[in-house]
Design a protein around this ligand. Structure first.
Ligand SMILES: [Zn+2]
Length: 353
């Protein structure tokens, strides 16, 4: 039950973060309503644009499913869109935080990625085969391994997971000379890596002190295909409500999570089969919420999906425009920059005094 998990997690999140930042404010204030919000805040809202560099089933054609087996085999359109988006954001004074599926480094030409890195766009790790980190069996890890189980043989699950992440770091280094900047889990989980200290420790052991994993649950995402209808008010209300749930948090192991902010392009265009205008409306709402609350907004899209429905970069331009409109209140940042500012506010749990 994602809903139940979400609330349990929310309570834990509140408890953990109240002990940090808000406790300071609580001590000096008369009522809890005057207290600081239960998440890190910043001098300026931290607005990040992130792209997961992978292919996505149902795109560019709804019947496409073969990408499930070759997530990292980016087609030319996805690569072109990524490069153009990066150039666009750089021209506005920002950078895109990308997360790469390591398999792409098996392609003949990776000059485009080298150029992105040279232009200052951080490249993070999105595993080698786009594996499911919460898998309970090797077959659950990824379609590729259920079709070709001999690829992982009789190895233990934690070893396979560790190797699949480590390989991407190695490929990044060997193929384009880049040090990995952060980790994003394939798929976002409503409860993040809560209660999965084993996975947190694998990531910490590989040198990651932060991940981008949590994607809060939000109701109302019905499939609108062919209906000509706009998303319901409930869908928008839920996306707005979920913004506070997508703020940086700290797990018991010390690992930091910078959640993805709803709604993602896949959520809007695959799950909901929305029109672009509705997606833009939701993105604007999320960015404005972050600006009003001095919070973070972690925009998540995929060039293989967004590139198909938004060839003119309207979503990315919109985010840049919203930040440019409020230079005193917002800035375009990468996820590592958010971590640097959030981390001191997410100190280990203490009882509010
Ligand atoms: Zn992914």
């Amino acid at each position: 039950m994602p809903g139940r998990q979400r609330f349990a997690n929310r309570r834990e999140f509140l408890a953990a973060t109240l002990a940090g930042t808000a406790a300071v404010a609580l001590r000096g204030s008369a009522t809890a309503s005057e207290a600081a919000p239960p998440f890190p805040t910043y001098e300026k809202a931290q607005i990040a644009i992130t792209l997961d560099l992978e292919m996505a089933r149902n795109f560019p054609n709804w019947g496409d499913t073969h990408w499930d087996y070759e997530k990292g085999n980016l087609n030319q359109a996805a690569k072109d869109y990524t490069v153009a988006a990066c150039n666009r954001v750089k021209a506005r004074g920002g950078r895109i935080h990308t997360f790469v599926v390591g398999q792409v480094f098996e392609q003949e030409n990776v000059e485009w990625l080298k150029q992105i890195a040279a232009d200052g766009h951080p490249i993070g790790n999105h595993t080698y085969d786009h594996i499911y980190l919460l898998a309970h069996s090797p077959a659950e890890l990824q379609y590729r391994f259920s079709r070709a189980p001999w690829l992982i043989g009789g190895r233990e699950l934690p070893d396979v997971i560790r190797e699949n992440i480590a390989l991407t770091n190695i490929a990044l280094k060997e193929r384009i000379g880049v040090k990995t900047n952060g980790f994003r889990t394939p798929g976002g989980f409503a409860t993040g890596l809560e209660n999965r200290e084993d996975i947190q420790n694998i990531l910490l052991g590989l040198g990651f002190d932060w991940v981008s994993c949590r994607y809060p649950a939000h109701a109302g995402m019905e499939d609108l295909y062919g209906s000509g209808r706009k998303p319901s008010q409930l869908a928008f209300d839920e996306i707005l409500r979920a913004q506070a749930d997508s703020q940086p948090l700290r797990y018991s192991t010390g690992l930091i999570d910078v959640p993805m902010s709803p709604v993602s392009d896949i959520g809007a265009f695959r799950t909901g089969r929305w029109e672009l205008e509705s997606f833009l409306e939701a993105v604007e709402m999320g960015v404005n919420w972050a600006i009003e609350n001095k919070a973070a907004f972690d925009f998540l899209a995929h060039p293989s999906c967004l590139g198909v429905v938004d060839g003119n970069f309207r979503a990315i331009d919109l985010i840049c425009d919203l930040v440019a409109k409020s230079p005193e209140k917002a800035e375009l940042v990468t996820l590592d920059a958010i971590v640097a500012k959030a981390k001191p506010q997410l100190s280990p749990e203490r009882e509010p005094s």
